[in-house]
Ligand binder design. Sequence first.
Ligand code: APR
Ligand code: PHB
Length: 390
Amino acid sequence: MRTQVGIVGAGPAGLMLAQILHLHGIDSVVLECRSREYVIERVRAGVLEQGTVDLMIQSGVGERLAREGMRHEGVHLAFLGARHRVDFVGLTGKAITVYGQNEVVKDLIDARRATGRPLHFEVEGVSVHALDSNTPRIRYQSGGQEHELVCDFIAGCDGFHGICRPSIPAGVLTAYERVYPFAWLGILAQAAPASEELVYALHERGFALFSMRSPRVTRLYLQCAADEDLEKWPDERIWEELITRLAMRDGWKPNVGPVLQKGITGMRSFVVEPMQYYRLFLAGDAAHIVPPTGAKGLNLAVSDVLLLSRGLAHSYQSGRRDLLDRYSADCLRRVWKAQRFSWWMTSMLHRQDDGNPFDYRRQLAELDYITSSRAAMTSLAENYVGLPID
Ligand code: APR
Ligand code: PHB
């Protein structure tokens, strides 16, 4: 079997790449080790930058997003019992859209099906070969049979735990990493969102975030220990802690309702350089991870594949490799700025558990500064709504 671009992984990166390549008339095969149901039901982040929304609409996968996505023109930063609004539209002219990553994935899978191009779920034993040749190969098993896919290019869109990054020979990549000494305990609750916009809160007891998925479903997170045991968190304890951290002096607090889902998310900053090796290109979580505080993970995956699709299309049209050769360098400039922003938001909003109260005072001063200086607030806003892709 032969294809132009072999894509490993059907997360947002792999599926969006497949869609944009399709629009350029470039053929691809998408291979995913999980089932369709698993990929669609996995609860993930939910904030889309304006550039991500625009790209989805231009790529023909924005119809339901335009209808059901919730446009947010700002967020609140909360500390010492009061909320302070950051007005994205007033400061930058741009907004964000709240729409679950699993909805994005569902829409992309439907679009892929409509093209009739191949997308295989539940494939096993995926491995990549002949990476330094002109025809790299992907081997896998599906339906009890061995397959070999001969490609012009391979896109490693297989997330942080995928096989593409580790298949690059030792010594080629440099990894940069920071692991945080805390995690997020997240819930999805059957409760109408009590605020129209997100609330990021720093409380003496730690960070908490109020978000949402629909006019009936609230999404909430609270800072917990990195090795937290979910068993120790019955619903009543989660609500008590969330209300303690999120209740404001003006009486605002999240609405309570049945917990539909709960889980723990680890916090990590990670980048590999370069994001390419001969004809293998890494995109999305396969190449970098951000802590979720800046809501950048999905958006970075989308900007990577936009740059990759441009490089691939240019190479097929002109026979020239210059844009593709610059893929890694072009991505990494934006990736590192998103890393910086995500690290900064994380360190500003989480309690350090080292017994030294200095940092908490410093963080409160930082929040006070940001919410009272138009210059500082504009810097936060322009990063949050998304820096230009190029
Ligand atoms: N073979 C085939 N598929 C694989 C393999 C493999 N060996 N290993 C992993 N996968 C699949 C995973 O099952 C997953 O569906 O690759 C996909 C990678 O998708 P994501 O983890 O969603 O990564 P990405 O598409 O880069 O999207 C990044 O996802 O993790 C969130 O917050 C992150 O929003 C960000 C976004
Ligand atoms: C979410 O709604 O899941 C969400 C929102 C903002 C974040 C992270 C997650 O920073």
